[in-house]
Design a protein around this ligand. Sequence first.
Ligand SMILES: Cc1cc2nc3c(=O)[nH]c(=O)nc-3n(C[C@H](O)[C@H](O)[C@H](O)COP(=O)(O)O)c2cc1C
Length: 499
Amino acid sequence: MGSLTVRNLPEAVKKRLRLRAAANGRSMEEEVRLLLAEKSGDAPAAARPESPVSMISAWMSRPEDAPVAARTDNRAKPARQSAEPPPAATARRILLIISGGIAAYKSLDLIRRLRERAYTVRVVMTRAAQEFVTSLSVGAIAGEKPFTELFDQASEFDVGHIRLARDTDLIVVAPAAADLMAKMAHGHANDLATAVLLATDRPILLAPAMNPRMWSNSATQRNLKILLADGVLTVGPNAGEMAESGEVGTGRMAEPLDIVAAVEKRLAGATADAPPSRARPLAGKHIIITAGPTHEPIDPVRYIANRSSGKQGFAIARAAADAGAKVTLISGPVALPDPSGVKIVRVQTAQAMLVAVQAALPADVGIFAAAVADWRIAGDIVQKLKKDAGGPPKLELVENPDILATVSRLKTKRPALVIGFAAETEKVIEHAKAKLKRKGSDWIVANDVSAEGGAMGGDDNTVHLITAAGVESWPAQSKDGVARQLVARIANALNGEPS
Ligand SMILES: Cc1cc2nc3c(=O)[nH]c(=O)nc-3n(C[C@H](O)[C@H](O)[C@H](O)COP(=O)(O)O)c2cc1C
């Protein structure tokens, strides 16, 4: 009844109800249920509105029901305190998913710590989780019964799992068992927890917890990589002694207070009206990206160019902006529209590109994906070259500035992470490794631009990431896929997390 009523309320009333619920530390449905219970007898029968929707709408228009600001003790004080509009309520709704691991006992403390900080906590428990802690204990600490069943007649009459997935600001999975991570990585949805995780558009924070061998197993590490690339955030696991006797290693779930700190970091600045979107791990970072070819004039009408389309650099700019970064995209001449949320500087030549890069510094990351022409014509030819009996003109070439090497060697203002692209037609990895050394960059993304590879101008790319740690060959995928994977790696590197 509560959720049906909420859905049918006018938007303005819904907004006030949301603020009131957040201020009181309750879900909107809970608030509706309480209002209906509390108020159903307070008006004479003849004057009483007929439907729950009109009743709620009428009550929520009264000044006495104006919401109050969120406060630390969310249950102790009555809701009606002020008719003044409150400051924007902060985003404080957590959906905690408890999966089947020994660390599930720590989830009880996590719920308590979150509620102490005025978060409303709804809980979903997997079947395995209920083998470790009872839904009774969880319900008692969370203040409401945990959700356990996907096919639940009581909550699924209006597709409750989708509502659970959306009616929250952040989903925390603690403990995140190896099995649940595997299901998430591969898009399973065969129980309530996995269906909610697949249906959500909210950020997800995982607190993995498992035996060290399970954690270091290449299957778990593969799944982790997929999840990180999908924008899922992690806290822990920590190293130390495991619950199983005699086992020591990495796999302990992060402590509840560390998980709370990660929650607070993720929700910083988000409000009930502007809840956080899916992971923005590059928020606050400035990234400079170059893209496309350069055009080096021969005379006023002719130029030297290459076949770069700019698609890979533009895809990286979009992915970085989606991840919350401030992006300056410096592009040579391409036929691509400006990506939204990105500052774009369009240039023609290598020299102009270098000037634009220098003007855009400082930055946290520099990604040099442009196919910059190595040479330009010596001097300025101001008139169109004429075809005459003397035969073709002899063009003298001089070297262009090396943008990647210049930025890599900056003494001040060098970005913390400098990434170059190597376009190779043969011995791709060998040449890229040499380029990494020669240019002094931190990473090189090498791609095969031979005609067979189809990377130049195409929509797909097959790349190798070369870092000090070695060579990683990524599967063939779309340029958007490469961009998302690269951005996830950058976010991990900047946050000092495993890549
Ligand atoms: C005693 C016991 C302890 C377990 N502890 C863990 C654990 O800490 N981490 C983990 O990933 N799996 C652990 N498992 C295995 C999971 O419970 C099992 O993979 C289960 O299918 C997880 O289901 P879920 O992901 O739906 O919660 C444990 C199993 C048992 C019997």
